[in-house]
Design a protein around this ligand. Sequence first.
Ligand SMILES: [Mn+2]
Length: 465
Amino acid sequence: MGLSDDVRAAVRELSSHPEVTIISHIDADGISGEAVLAQALMREGIRVTSVFVRQLEPLTMGQVPKDDSFKIFCDLGAGQQNLLEEHGLSTEEVLIIDHHVSQDSGTAYQQVNCLPYGHTKLSAAGVAYLVARELDSANTDLAPLAVVGNVGDMMAREDCGLVGLARDIAYEGAARGLIEIRARDLNCYGISTRPLHVCLSYNDDPFIPGISNNAPGAQKFLQRLGIPLRDPIKGWLVWEEIPDEDRKRITSALAQQLLAHGEGISRLFAESYLFPDEPERTPLRNAQEFATLLNSCGRWSRPGVGGSICRGDRGIAYRQAEHMLTNHRAIIRELLHYILDTGVTELSHLQYIHVGNRYPDTIVGIGAGMALSKLNMDKPILIMVEQPEDPDLTKVSMRTTERVVGRGIDLQQAITEASSTLGGAGGGHRIAAGAFIPRESEQEFVRHVNELLAGQYANAGAGRR
Ligand SMILES: [Mn+2]
């Protein structure tokens, strides 16, 4: 048995249900995964209703309808099978499409999960695409959405590009002319919407002295190279529009800049995924920015707007999403200034701040990540925020840099261990992780994470010797 057997089994199952409810996650992966599944099923004449949840927990289970429809859980469910069981869902009415660690409940729910087969860099939207393609090979037109989900879930981050099955999906989209894959492109966010010098200055992976966090510095650097930065009609040019030759000159000059500072250049380049059919200079133009657009819909509790965009709405839904994106960025900027103005408390191996109830818990991690590049980048940042629904709980987010991860730091490990010791729960990745902890344990938690990070450094040092 392999993943493709599970995909085929799922398709056999789906074909026998006239009515399906999809329960999906509110982030870019969940929104794009839902759109892939819903469109593929509707093309088969299956009626589809969708529900989005922030996370699957006892409170949100109430949103799962108790009716005769078949239930597909997308980007969630694998780790919450006990909740499905408690909700009274039988094995005949559930399919889980997920890429998270599976927690068996005793009830053997049908799953298509890439993780047990060792596909660690495929998101739920990627798995959903495999199912859609098995339903009908014409569904390969949904490949761009699967790429958005994969990129939105950071599947391209570590390797500066998608790998394995996720990369195959991108190439299928490219074969249909729906995706332009640029190998060894600039590893930079905002290649379709940000003026080039601003785009360069926002980039801190890799951190380039004199350019990262320094828009005037980036502008001077480009002017010295003689790169035209403005077009008389369009105004500031974006990276995507810069001619091939000039792009090569810029990346090689950036490489020299990094080498001159004794830094490696491997992270300067990344594969990028552009959508040539989308309007120029919009966040719809590439996978990273498209994912941000969907994330901002989800974070402002309008995942359905993101879903409409995934289905091709470029009218009302797109305008609403643009508005949310602007708002999203303004609040994150405000949070960034709040962190920098208030200042963080430094411990030996981390720096932390508590923002009370001033900001929504869905954006504090992003804001902390941005603040980090203006703080001591060698120490991971930990940010705490009150939980509006539950005053006894505190949401914690942590962020660090690739460089610190390379030295042996694993935030996911530290935060999961520290939170479980104190009766909370956490998860995430080496570079970014989060947890919910009891409010009264905040100080103890911070101290514990600090100790665990110290231990990780010590172990990594011992390993190198
Ligand atoms: Mn996901």
